[in-house]
Design a protein around this ligand. Sequence first.
Ligand code: G6P
Ligand code: MG
Length: 216
Amino acid sequence: SKKAFIFDLDGVIVDTAKYHFLAWQKLAQELGIEFTPEHNEELKGVSRVRSLDIILALGNIEASQEDKNKWLIQKNEDYLSYLVDMDESEILPGVLHVLEFIKEKKQLIALGSASKNARPILEKTGILHFFDAIVDGNDVSNAKPDPEVFLRAAQLLNVSNENAIVFEDSVAGIQAANIANMISVGIGDATILHEAKYNFKDFTFMDLAFIEAFID
Ligand code: G6P
Ligand code: MG
């Protein structure tokens, strides 16, 4: 049967994790909160709303809903300003190669992202056509490590969970894939992503034979 290869977006397909970090850091600074790259690891894969709550908790700040909404808009505007000139050059090394190979082998490709900005990013980078299904932050109500986003993607593709392979750069995303009984592949630091079934520093370290081995 066909396999579903489910890709997270930020930090897996495109290097937007650095832009999310910059935008959150700017806000944290304005609020007088110390926000380090280590703190940022906890925000990877986490929704915008929940990310703000985590940052505010770091600074012991209790805020009104009105202020929170204002900051959420501000963060997203800053984030989007980094994406204005985005094009295919922002696709992370090795990713296109893998997407093309999966297509060539007539397997299925899905996006499983917490981001509400996913579609425009896929369009800007010119890879929207690779995806047989897209599930993003506009479609789900439970954030990773809840497996909802990946379960939906597999469902849309009519593929059972055991036949789904998930590529993730976040701890929360790896946990979500594991909870869903999918095959978790960590992309990034193996120490941080130690719960992943497999791990690659990035896609250039992944041999196409690794992908082929899942296909029957
Ligand atoms: C991804 C990123 C997070 C981001 C979240 C929401 O999971 O890893 O850093 O906060 O998506 O993204 P959005 O584009 O909707 O703010
Ligand atoms: Mg990610």
